[in-house]
Design a protein around this ligand. Sequence first.
Ligand code: KIV
Length: 262
Amino acid sequence: MTIREIQSKKKHKKKISAVTAYDYYTAYYASCAHIDILLVGDSLGMVVLGYSSTLPVTVEDMVHHSRAVERGANGPLLVVDMPFMSYQTSPADAVKNAGRLIKDGSMQAVKLEGAKGIGRKIKAILNAGIPVMGHLGVLPQSVHKDSGYRAKGKSSHEAGKLMDDARYLEDLGVFAIVLECVAERVSKKITETIRIPSIGIGSGKWCDGQILVSHDLLGISNSKRPRFVKQFAKVGDTMLNSFKKYRSEVLRGKYPTRKHSY
Ligand code: KIV
């Protein structure tokens, strides 16, 4: 999947499917299911590494998991999050770290959170020939500045700012924008206004595409679920029951049998 193919889906009114992936088999199965975009999200920090936010995630972490995803993927566009403090410091740092994620992580594009405050960094990355995906609405890397993760765009002031920011990112040259927890009427307006695809998470049905954290949609994570998450499976329960059965069979000498032995 190329950026042109992703963008042409919007033109042809075809929805875009995206999920996060952090490892080989998730990338493999998501590819088999013809998912359009795999995002190596910095949500890695929470759902894989067990941190309480995305802030501790490093460029090394992202390169390590990107490589695994690239080995398992076959088809989807591969996008990676630039982690906290890998681009905020200067345009030079932004280009250097984006370059690492593309060269060493084998990704096709990077995603950055924010708009005008990081405009020079986005421009520098684009000038280096690296495609950028934008991210507006709830910005998990600004969790302390924003005092938590609160939906955006409910007031007319916030709605206007989101619309301005979306236009600004489009003018800069990003190829798509993730809208995280943006009020539905605002994400609809943005989607109708910009020519590049909007990819929603918790932002309603009018976006050009949807993305979910794979651990949430598979039912692996057991933390409090945001309202927008739909569980399409209960993989966490399956894991728990399988581990219990295995332990019980080992303790009772029921596993292994002769058929499992050499
Ligand atoms: O890190 C992540 O999983 C993300 C998605 C929420 C879009 O940025």
